[in-house]
Ligand binder design. Structure first.
Ligand SMILES: Nc1ncnc2c1ncn2[C@@H]1O[C@H](COP(=O)(O)OP(=O)(O)OP(=O)(O)O)[C@@H](O)[C@H]1O
Ligand SMILES: [Mg+2]
Length: 371
């Protein structure tokens, strides 16, 4: 019969598939109990109760313990990391939160994400920003799609470059009253940007810390597709952020979108709602075609128990205006897609918690962004 220490050592091979580290190293092995006849009971602490990868841990823990001689049965139980343990986990991952005071004047941070690419995250981010602006809110957009940035084009910011203030802070560019920051402002147009973990983390951190965002009601963050490094990093830097998940009406897309919801819950970010995009197409004579199927957005919202903020139809002007660099919400607020996005923006305003008491002016390291 192996000892508790031997079992703990054996569990080093069990890797958290999302954090890419061993559960022993992450201090997620809460208890190991031995019975008299070769029974082993292991309790693993998860980041969230609804963790989608329980099954993975169950199998991997059992296999690892069974590989030791003298073990007859293995039972695997789960509990949830408490707040303190989550803080310790973040520290183990070597990724701190932002310094006290950074983004102190930003009331709401909303990440726009999706499981898969091309569902309209960037288009919706740009237009939601314009819609929130039209509602009289102070808005910023951070383009966190460091590989496939498209916000500069969609908001008509071509060749401009941000300047650096006397306090050595980067001044966001202005697009019709929206403060905008993108990696696209710092690289040659269409140049491929290669980012790896630590650099990516540093770049995103700078975008939050060293950019003079000023006082904002909403900072919208356009995420790259998928559930990767960027979402993880942002979630760690911005524990107060919420998620809006974009999906198309297709059942398959909804399944993929659910993965990004699981990611959000894994890093304990709240999901504030779902936006269904590319809902249907209405011909000039009024015929309605559900090109990408129907009902996926509502189904996902119901499953996640969050509101469906809008169903945005496919319209030509939405695509054309995105390409032209002027949000449709600003140029033609009555277009059906623009109306739906304005509806979603009002939903975000309604969901936003009442303003926090004002903190002091933000402090932070003043490093200029490398060119
Ligand atoms: N409702 C819509 N009607 C018409 N065209 C749309 C609509 N939503 C998005 N598009 C178009 O679809 C394309 C993809 O949209 P967008 O770039 O916003 O998606 P994305 O999710 O940000 O993609 P990526 O995952 O690559 O970042 C764009 O050309 C955009 O103009
Ligand atoms: Mg995009």
């Amino acid at each position: 019969m192996p000892t508790v220490e031997q079992i703990r050592e054996a569990l080093r091979v069990v890797i958290d598939p999302e954090l890419h580290r061993s559960i022993v190293e992450l201090d997620m092995v809460r208890r190991i109990d031995l019975g008299p006849d070769g029974e082993v009971a292991v309790t693993v602490s998860l980041t969230t109760a609804g963790c989608p990868i329980r099954g993975h841990f169950q199998g991997a823990v059992r296999d690892a313990v069974m590989s030791l001689g003298g073990v007859r049965t293995v039972s695997v139980d789960f509990d949830v990391l408490d707040e303190q343990q989550k803080v310790a986990l973040r520290a183990t991952l070597g990724r701190s939160e932002l310094p006290e005071g950074a983004l102190a004047q930003v009331e709401n941070v909303i990440c726009i994400g999706s499981g898969k690419g091309g569902v309209g995250k960037s288009t919706l981010t740009a237009n939601l920003a314009a819609a929130l602006r039209a509602e009289g809110r102070r808005v910023g957009v951070l383009d966190a799609d460091v590989w496939g940035y498209s916000i500069p084009r969609m908001l008509g910011l071509g060749a401009q470059r941000p300047s650096v203030s006397a306090e050595r802070k980067i001044i966001p560019l202005d697009a019709g009253g929206i403060a905008v920051m993108s990696i696209g402002f710092f690289v040659e147009e269409d140049a491929a940007v290669v980012w790896r973990g630590p650099m990516l983390h540093k770049a995103l951190k700078q975008f939050l810390e060293d950019v003079e965002w000023g006082a904002l009601d909403f900072l919208l963050i356009d995420l790259p597709p998928g559930t990767g490094d960027v979402s993880m990093t942002l979630a760690q830097l911005l524990p107060m952020a919420t998620f809006v998940i974009v999906t198309t009406p297709q059942a398959a897309a909804q399944r993929v979108a659910r993965r990004s919801a699981e990611m959000a819950s894994k890093v304990s970010l709240e999901i504030s709602g779902v936006i269904e995009n590319m809902s249907s197409f209405v011909t000039p004579s009024g015929e309605r075609y559900a090109i990408f199927g129907e009902g996926g957005g509502q189904a996902l919202a119901t499953e996640l128990d969050v509101p469906l903020l809008a169903s945005v139809p496919l319209t030509m002007p939405l695509r054309e205006q995105s390409d032209a660099g002027l949000p449709l919400v600003a140029s033609d607020p009555d277009d059906p897609a623009a109306q739906a996005i304005r509806h979603a923006a009002r939903g975000l305003i309604a969901l936003a918690p009442p303003p926090r008491p004002r903190a002091l002016a933000p402090v932070g390291m003043a490093l200029p962004m490398a060119g």
